[in-house]
Design a binder for this molecule. Sequence first.
Ligand code: ZN
Length: 309
Amino acid sequence: MSQSERTTREEDENAAEERYRAVVIFRNDDPEPGHRDELRRAVSELFIEHEIPITDAVIPTQDGESIEETEFCRELRQRRNEHPELVEYALHGYRHEPRASGFGRGGQTTEFAGLPYDEQRVRIAEGTRILAESLESAPRTFVPPYATYDETTVRALSDSGIDVISGSDWFTRGYFGETGVFETDGVLHVPTTHGFVRDWETIEFHDERDLRARFDDSYGSGGLYVQLLHYWTFNTKERFEQLRSFLEYIIGHDDLLYATVGEFSTLYRSGRLERVADGWLYRPSDETDPSSITSEGRRGESKKNGNKN
Ligand SMILES: [Zn+2]
């Protein structure tokens, strides 16, 4: 099989398929105005410095008020204008407050799951409007607070024109019986597969060796590695350096395709990014491809594309 693909590559260098060992996505939850702003900027800078794309899941309200017209939004716009290939802003719920009754028999923490359809639609619509106006582009990815949602959320998103949801695989395993990428009601689910925090009571991190071993497992099996982080947890020098060191560890691996959640979804849905037996097959778009948002998010490509600015 790989022989014939190599032949294809020789036939047309420009439209050649590329092979990647694994796909890596980072999702940073909870950016909001006035909460550890310096740390938020430092974490953002770290990803930009290493040219790693990231999806920031932004909370659209604070104490029930829209975040529009804040210095925070101006900063976020500026960052994306400067590094459009490295930044996606996703919608992170609406209030990001747990409902008193919780969700399901276990009373899981949730904002969305269990709410009536109309109420979910309203929250999604209002959150979308706020981010679209304040960040000058409508979010295409929804990140449910506490990783919990239900089939009604998926329908409400689908009817709202949002076609990607990113929770966490511990939730999708229990609720949908799925862990990888899957689709329901026209919405692609791209759950996180790994996190930094081992204990949310104490915000204790996983051991660095464990994090690396888990990444290596995913790399070895040609997987989709979706790392969740919360910028505000890197609140000591030691923790911040652990993030830096982990990013540098990942970068040390060859043949990785980096993407935001939204970009991954576009490539995956179009069939241009496909999981194969030993990794991923990527078909770069050519200039005639109108759907191309393409490979700009990939590390190393951004420099080549830099002269278009
Ligand atoms: Zn959150």
